[in-house]
Structure formats: C-alpha cells, structure tokens
Design a protein around this ligand. Sequence first.
Ligand code: AMP
Ligand code: MG
Length: 528
Amino acid sequence: MTNPSSDFTLTFDNRFTEALPADPITGSARRQVLSSCYSFVKPTSVSSPTLVAYSKEVATQIGLSEQDCQSTLFTDVFAGNSELEGMQHYAQCYGGHQFGNWAGQLGDGRAINLGEVINNDGEHFCLQLKGSGETPYSRTADGLAVLRSSVREFLCSEAMFHLGVPTTRALSLVTTGEDVVRDMFYDGRPEKEPGAIVCRVAPSFLRFGSYQIFTSRDDLTTLKTLVDHTINTEFPHLGAPSVEVYIEWFKEVTERTAEMIAHWMRVGFVHGVMNTDNMSILGLTIDYGPYGWLENYDPNWTPNTTDATNKRYRFNNQSPIAQWNLLQLANAIYPLIEQAEPLRDILTHYVEHYNQTVQAMRAQKLGMEHYDDALHQSLHEVLQLAETDMTLFYRLLANVDLESQQTDEQLLAPLMNAYYDLDSLTDEYKQAIYKWLRRYQLAINNEGVSNQQRQQRMNKVNPKYVLRNYLAQLAIDDAEKGDFDLVNTLLECLRHPYDEQPDMERFSEKRPDWARVRAGCSMLSCSS
Ligand code: AMP
Ligand code: MG
C-alpha cells in the first residue's frame, strides 16, 4: 500500500501550546503536574509500522492527498517514528469523575498530540496519536493501545461522522509491529495482542475534566487562562471573555451536549464510559472504548462489562448522565462566575433543549412532522415485547404501505426481517404490533404524508448501515491475522450509511447467533 517516493508537509499553528502554561519538566516520568495544561513528551518509536487504513476525507481536510497517505513518510509520521517540521508533541493534563467518583489527575495517559494543523480555509485541527507510549499521565499503565480497540475507534468515529453525529475523527490506523499484553476481561489471563496507533483529529480535545482539574486544585488562575483560551479559539462568536460570556459559553456547551446525545439515541449508540474526562467541550463524541450499538431494542443495555452491575451508562441513561456531567462542569467554572442561579437555569434548560431535540428526532424517525408522545411511548413498549433490531425496524418501517387498504398481516410483512426470533411472535405480540401500526397509520394519514414522502424523510435519519458490534469484531479477527480488507471495506460501506448499497447488503444484516455471547460483540471491557 505504501509508496516510498512521496513526501509532504503540513502547516502547523500550535495555539494551544503557545498560549497555555507548560509543565516545566519534560519526559514521561509519572507525576502530578501542577499549574500547567500539558507536558511536552515525544512518542515512543515503534519497530515495524504498517498502514492498515486511512480516512481520505480527513486527509483532504488537513491538506493531504491520497498519494501522501500512501507514502512511507505518512506511516512513519502517524506511527510516531518521524516528526514533521512545525510539530509540537505534548500530552494534556486533565482530571475527571469516573463512574460518579472524583478520580483526580488523569490526563493523556496514552495520547500524544502532534500539534495543530491549519488548512487553506484557516481551520485548525489537532492531531493526536492514541497508543504511542508513556506520558507523565500514564499512571500504572503502558501508554499503548491494541489493534482490537484501535480498529473499533478508527471505524466507529468515521462511521459516526458519516451518520451525521458530532464526533472526533480518525485520520489513520497503523499497526506497530509490537506486542502489547492485555488481560481483556481482568480475569488473570493476560495475552499478547498486536499493538496499534490511531491518529485522532478534532478542532480540540479539551474535555470537561480539563477544567475540573484546576478547580479541584484551587488553581483559578490556570482555570481562567484555559477557559479564556477555549472561548477565544473555539467559541469566538461569543465575544471577548467576561462573566456574561462564560455563562453563554456554558449554555452553548450544554446545548451541543444535548444535541450529541439526541443523535446517539437516534442511531442506537451507547458510549459505555461517559466519565467527565470523556466529555468533549465541543459536544463531540470522544474516546471510543467499550461502546456498542443497540441491536435488539433494549433501553437498559450497556456494552461495558465494567458497568454491568449498576448500568450507569446504559442507553436510556445517557441524557441524565450528560446532565450530571454538565453539573460537574458548572461546579468547575463556578469560581469564575460566582452566581449559582444562571448555571442552575442552564442545567434546567438542558433538559428542555434535550427534550425538544429528541422529540423532533423521534418524529423524523417516523417520517412525521409533529411529535406524538403517546405514539412514541407505545412504540417504545412494543419494541421491547419481542427481540426487535432497532436499526432494521426503523429502516423497514419506511417500506410499510400506509396509503392503500392493507390487512394486519400485510402491514407487518415488511418488518419481519427486524425480528431475531420469529417463533417468539405470539398472537399477543402480533395484536400489540398491529395495534401500533394502525395508530401510526392514522397519525400519518392525519398529517397527510404520502408513502414516498415518508420513506424519503425516514431514510435520511434511519441508517441502513451502522457499525454493528459483530461487524467490528469480524474486521478485528481478520486484521489480527494481517488481513486489512474488511476494515477498509467496512470503512467504505459506512461512508454512505443512509444509501442502499446492493453490494454491501450483508453488512446490514442483524447480529448472527454466534455473536450473541461472543466477547467483543455483546460485551466489552475497558481493557484496550
Ligand atoms: P479511558 O477509560 O480510556 O477514558 O481512560 C481513562 C484514563 O486512563 C485516561 O487518563 C487514559 O489516558 C488512561 N489510560 C487508559 N489506558 C491507558 C494505557 N494503556 N496507558 C496509559 N494510560 C491509559
Ligand atoms: Mg478517556
């Protein structure tokens, strides 16, 4: 895949490191880093980097051609072996609440930033290698990432982008040629796995925990410097930082967060680890770990085995958790504002904004102009009566003919492929789904929406292709054997999630039985 002859450059404008205080100590010795937003630290070189995949859209955005991406230099740079002129390597300091408890300093334990690229349109993109060695924030861990979790992050962040969900992006995925030892299920059976590095790309990787850390240390000077920098660079439309602008900023962060969660609910995404260090200040989906996609519609599902008991981060709890996380951010910035009421009002506004957004989204998923709460609630119940694939159900619902005279059986027929077990469709179940379909038909006819109009609307918001958990696992199985075709084919398929792609039909199929209990398909741990 690589072509040694091509060379390229990137233009860097490292606003973060230029404006913000640096840790005076360099190197990766573990330490508490005080009064600094980051530490200078270089990636660890790897022995034998190989390019697995790259995103051509992200490459274009930062000014790289496909030829550039296929060069030896590209693989070397994004494996951390070569440095381009203008790059600045650093790891960010942040803290966070993990599973509801304050965890103190966390930071980029296995992420090393390469600096900020500026493209021809003047847009900034931070590049960040995930899995390229130890930093001061690595605590007891190795700073590395395995191929399994890197394939998952690479494919999912690109899939989310093409689904229209706010997210960090991924430029590249390389294997390092080195083994990494992981105890995948924390059960005392460590194994060697291939190491890999993803280059993540986002306008900023700042998280709620980036602000929390300074407040927790009573370092209001650095807190203010960081907040002002964030507003100046990422929220310039709000104007020069002031108390009023801090409040407006918090409001915008809550709205963006609400909109991101509404998108997750639309596509059936469960993040799995919504700790405050994994909440982007830009409202982007960030840190793809033990995430999962709802297959059968189970609002209480969480993919994360570490969270199996309390299910704090289950599908249906994502909005309340986002609000809880925003409350922690409010606490963190309170010292700059010193008024509780506006912050409290904004947290209340979060719920209103989320409800409004999610209701509009639910109406769209049904092809309707107006949200009908009773219709939605009854669907929410019916979908749980029999194992029903969420993605297929909504996609197929667009094919149901609501215009002509249909028997109950005819109405249901297009939906049959959404069910995991046809034998479980009892008469009682059938009566419930018929009843719901008739209600739906009435609501649609009252709005005067034609079949065609409805299908067009629905197919824009109900994807045909998502990164089903078992698909990611199949790509991982092949990649671990050195075959990267499926990673690349899935990447291609997921670039057009709303289109019918006849040659990709197999990737729209519901979870096969073997995947029901297989590790990596239905249950994931934080080990990555
Ligand atoms: P996460 O659960 O991925 O959000 O990570 C939580 C914290 O643990 C962050 O500070 C990470 O940088 C750190 N971390 C996770 N895995 C590793 C690793 N293999 N080496 C060093 N730090 C890690
Ligand atoms: Mg994290």
